[in-house]
Design a protein around this ligand. Structure first.
Ligand SMILES: [Zn+2]
Length: 160
């Protein structure tokens, strides 16, 4: 779970993003932004829709999807992609408060973190021309140990 400060910041930033872009601050958008702000971990559209439903908020999958797309545009949520083409999302401020590498398993979607001060420092010391960087996230895509073990086991079974 992300802390309340993260949730508050995400919510207020999103509301001002909507205002600045002359988009409506609908009830659904408010509820989704509040709920997403409390998610510290990765999530996908389906699990978020189910979570909203369990809180008694009947919001269509399409509305959830559209609102998440706006949160991605507002750079409050990051979108990652599996090899299968499926997407999952992560609250940006949770990813932001650490100089960590995100290790993302493309098979099961597990996200783990690794400290790497050296690489983060090197990237942050880079010059970006006239572009002013705000924050940097680094994601490494690959296979987690569990999935690697499973695929080795499956391969062995093929030869039995
Ligand atoms: Zn995995």
């Amino acid at each position: 779970m992300a802390d309340n400060k993260t949730a508050d910041l995400l919510y207020t930033t999103f509301m001002s993003y909507l205002r600045q872009n002359k988009l409506r601050e609908t009830y659904e958008r408010r509820v989704i932004a509040q709920t997403v702000g409390l998610l510290g971990e990765r999530f996908d559209i389906d699990s978020l829709t189910v979570l909203l439903e369990s809180k008694g908020e009947h919001i269509s999958r399409a509305t959830v999807y559209n609102t998440i797309s706006l949160l991605v545009k507002a750079m409050l949520v990051v979108r990652h992609q599996f090899d299968s083409g499926q997407y999952f999302y992560e609250v940006q401020s949770a990813a932001r408060n650490s100089n960590r590498l995100h290790l993302i398993c493309t098979t099961c979607g597990k996200v783990s973190n690794m400290r790497s001060n050296k690489i983060v420092r090197e990237v942050s010391e880079m010059k970006f021309g006239t572009f002013t960087p705000d924050y940097i996230t680094l994601s490494v895509y690959g296979i987690c140990s569990k999935c690697a073990k499973r695929s080795r086991r499956d391969q062995l079974n093929l030869f039995k």
